[in-house]
Design a protein around this ligand. Structure first.
Ligand SMILES: [Zn+2]
Length: 471
C-alpha cells in the first residue's frame, strides 16, 4: 500500500489537535492503555482494584440507590477490597437500571453525556456518564480497534443502521466534522438488496477504505454478494465487526471477500467497547482498565456464581470510571463463554472471554406455558449452518411458531434437515404448531439488525426480567 501521507498527518497531528480543542485527553490515555495492556497481571489487578474501590465508595456515599442497596445487603464499601469481593454486590438487571436512573445519579461529577439506548424491544434505558468516563470509553475503543488494524486517521467504511433519534443540528455539525476529519464513509445496511450491496462495492472501489466496520451479519451479507458476483478487486481489508454473532461459515465468507483479518468486537451503547479480538484470533480481550466484565451463572435456587471455563454465563459489567451515574454489575442481556485464563500468544495480559455466544433472546412458551429459551434456535441452526444461511423464529400470539429460513445456495431445504428441525421443535416446544417458510431474506429491525427470535406481544410475551434482547 502506498504511504498514506494524509492519514499519517491526520492520525498524528490533526485529529489529536481536534480532540484537544474539544477538551478530550483521548491521546495520552490511549498511550497509557497501550502500555497497560502488557503490564503484569498483578499490576493490572492492583490498578483495577483501586478503581473499583473508588467507584464503590463513591456510589455508596453519593447515590441513594447504592446506599440503600448496600445497607439492605448488610454490605459496607470497606467489605470490597478485592475484585472477587465484587460478587457480593447484587446484580443490576436492566429493568432496575431503567427505574433507578435518578437515584443512581450522584451530585458530582457532573453528567457530561446522557443518551438512551435503542432497544429493539422494551423501554429504552437512559445512560448517563461523566466526562472522565467518556475519555476512557474513547481511548479504550481506539485501543481495541487498533488490535484489528483500525487506527485513528485511517479511512474507514462503516455499515451501520440509522440512529433511532435524529441528533440535534449542533451534534450533527460536530459529527460531520468528526467524520470529515476521520474520512469515515457511512453506508446504511438497513436494506441489503443486490442494488444496495452493489453500491457498497462501488464505494469500496472508489473510496478505497483501509478498514470495514459494522454489524456482523451486514458485513457477511456484503461478503457473500462480493463472492457470488466475483467482485473482489482489492487486497486484504481488515474487517471489524460487532453487535451480531458470526458463525464460522460467515467468517469464511468474509475472509474470501476481504482477506483473513477479521476481528470480533463486543460493545454496547451503555459502555462502548467491552472486548476485542487480537491478532491471535482466540477470544476477546476484556477492556479491563475501564470495565470489569463478569460472566455469571444463576443457579435455580437464586444464588449466582462465576461461569466455569467453557461454560456460558450472563455478561455483568461494572463501569469503573463512571462516577456520575454508576453501573455496578449491570446485566447487558448477552451471554458469553468463560475461559481458563492462560497467557495469550499476542503478549497482552488483559483477561479474555470466549465468543459472545448469542444474545439473550425472547423467551418462548410451549403449549403448557413453560418458558423455552429462544437461544435454543441459535444452537439448532449452528448445527445446520451448512444448509441454512439465516433464520428467524417467530412465536405468534396464538402460540404457533413460524420459522423463516434462508437456505444456502440450493434454494431448498433437504428433507432430512426439515425432519431434524421438526423433531427439535417437537421436543423443545411441545404441542406447538410449526410452519417452516423458506425465504430469500429476513427483514431487519428499524436499527438495521437481525432479530433471531421474536415473540409477538400478547399472552405469549416473555418475562423481561433478564432485560431486552440485544439483537
Ligand atoms: Zn491476544
Amino acid at each position: 500500500m502506498a504511504f498514506d501521507a494524509y492519514g499519517a498527518v491526520l492520525g498524528r497531528v490533526l485529529y489529536p489537535a481536534w480532540e484537544r480543542l474539544r477538551g478530550r485527553p483521548t491521546f495520552p490515555l490511549l498511550h497509557q492503555l497501550q502500555r497497560s495492556e502488557r503490564i503484569s497481571l498483578d499490576e493490572l489487578t492492583a490498578q483495577r482494584t483501586g478503581y473499583l474501590r473508588r467507584l464503590i465508595r463513591h456510589a455508596y456515599h453519593h447515590t441513594a440507590h447504592y446506599r440503600a442497596l448496600f445497607d439492605a445487603a448488610g454490605l459496607h464499601p470497606s467489605d470490597i477490597t478485592t475484585l472477587s469481593d465484587l460478587r457480593s454486590v447484587p446484580l443490576l438487571p436492566r429493568a432496575i437500571a431503567q427505574t433507578t436512573v435518578e437515584t443512581r445519579t450522584a451530585p458530582y461529577p457532573v453528567v457530561a453525556v446522557s443518551k438512551a439506548t435503542s432497544g429493539s424491544t422494551g423501554q429504552p434505558l437512559e445512560v448517563r456518564f461523566s466526562a472522565e468516563s467518556r475519555h476512557w470509553r474513547d481511548a479504550t475503543r481506539w485501543r481495541g480497534f487498533g488490535w484489528g488494524g483500525y487506527h485513528m486517521g485511517d479511512k474507514a467504511m462503516h455499515l451501520w443502521g440509522l440512529a433511532a433519534v435524529p441528533p440535534s443540528a449542533l451534534t450533527r455539525a460536530k459529527i460531520a466534522i468528526d467524520r470529515k476529519l476521520r474520512r469515515d464513509i457511512y453506508a446504511s445496511c438497513m436494506v441489503r438488496s443486490n442494488e444496495n450491496l452493489h453500491e457498497m462495492v462501488e464505494l469500496i472501489r472508489s473510496e478505497r477504505p483501509q478498514v470495514l466496520a459494522g454489524y456482523g451479519q451486514a458485513l457477511a451479507d456484503l461478503a457473500r454478494y462480493v463472492n457470488r458476483e466475483g467482485l473482489r478487486s482489492w487486497d486484504t481489508i481488515p474487517v471489524i465487526y460487532g453487535a451480531e454473532r458470526l458463525w464460522d461459515h460467515d467468517r469464511a465468507d468474509l475472509a474470501q471477500a476481504f482477506g483473513p483479518a477479521v476481528f470480533e468486537t463486543y460493545g454496547c451503547r451503555e459502555f462502548m467497547l467491552m472486548g476485542s479480538e487480537c491478532e491471535a484470533h482466540d477470544g476477546l480481550h476484556e477492556s479491563a482498565e475501564n470495565l470489569i466484565v463478569e460472566l455469571v451463572v444463576r443457579e435455580p435456587d437464586g444464588s449466582t456464581r462465576p461461569a466455569l471455563p467453557g461454560e456460558q454465563g450472563e455478561v455483568a459489567v461494572t463501569d469503573l470510571h463512571n462516577l456520575a451515574c454508576p453501573f455496578i454489575r449491570y446485566l447487558t442481556g448477552d451471554l458469553a463463554t468463560a475461559r481458563a485464563q492462560a497467557p495469550c500468544p499476542c503478549g497482552r495480559t488483559l483477561p479474555r472471554f470466549g465468543a459472545i455466544d448469542g444474545r439473550i433472546t425472547d423467551t418462548m412458551r410451549d403449549a403448557a406455558g413453560n418458558p423455552v429459551e429462544g437461544i435454543l434456535f441459535n444452537i439448532l441452526f449452528l448445527n445446520m449452518a451448512k444448509h441454512t444461511r439465516q433464520f428467524q423464529a417467530i412465536q405468534r400470539r396464538d402460540g404457533s411458531l413460524l420459522l423463516k429460513v434462508v437456505p444456502t445456495a440450493t434454494g431448498r431445504l433437504p428433507a432430512e434437515v426439515e425432519r431434524l428441525i421438526r423433531e427439535f421443535v417437537g421436543k423443545h416446544l411441545r404441542g406447538i404448531a410449526l410452519t417452516i417458510e423458506l425465504v430469500t431474506e429476513i427483514p431487519l429491525t428499524t436499527a438495521g439488525k437481525l432479530r433471531r427470535v421474536v415473540v409477538e406481544a400478547g399472552g405469549w410475551s416473555p418475562s423481561h426480567d433478564l432485560g431486552e434482547t440485544g439483537s
